[in-house]
Write a protein that binds this ligand. Sequence first.
Ligand code: KIV
Length: 295
Amino acid sequence: MSVTNFPGRSSSASTGIPITKVTVPALAEMKRQGKPISALTAYDYSSSRLADEAGIDLLLVGDSLAMVVLGHDNTMAVTVDEMLHHTRAVRRAVRRALVVADMPFGSYHGTVSEGLANAGAEAVKIEGPRVELVRALTDAEIPVIGHLGLTPQSIHRMGGYRVQARTAESATRLKADAMALAEAGAGALVLEGVPREVAAEITAELPIPTIGIGAGPECDGQILVFHDLLNLTFAPTAKFVRRYADAGALIRAAIEHYREDVEHRAFPSDEESYHLPEAARKTVAEQTTGALRQA
Ligand code: KIV
């Protein structure tokens, strides 16, 4: 397994165990060893740090940023600059996980050289069977993760968020695209919104790891959107989402409690306040009394 040990914070604060950096070749080794890859989306410093410390292998700065963080209706509104801003925050937080940055809509849909100019990170993810671009990025030493199946940047062409590869013909095409991306140098492949049987067959035949989202349990790894996992979205979730905690309810209740405390002057308490030292308190009191007498 390929390793990079960080010169600074190179061991876990809690256990003292050296941190072994996850790399793209390390993902391939995990596939060889049959070790499932855990992946999650990430967008900011604090949540990325928590996810990294929780041992997630791959953190994707997804263009889902547009929806779950910036409030847009779909993923296509996010810009290269916005993606860079959030990728830098995640990068600062992470010691162990592989950080992958999504290439946003429009940043690689023109020429291959435009795509090359906009790329650059520990690894980038691009949607669709863009074999030529994957080859060019790989040749430029930029690791690439492919993304096939339900590719959200294609919602207009697909006519909505629909499960893909539901016919024998489209499943065969998907498999051929997956093979072509692997041959072009992709380091892993996200399979989104495809039947379990199709994802299982691709996973068994592909030399690179598959990371599924709505693609069944046979994929080499799984990815979820951070906000879906924690109930921080404000819409019904897709069938494949499992909510592991209700952070939405927790945060709402804590904020309501804070507001009530402020309204009832129950916050801050004396212990939460700074105090003047005794001598200074006396001087201030005397000056105030003197000023009142003169008035
Ligand atoms: O942007 C994103 O969050 C993604 C994942 C759903 C794979 O592409």
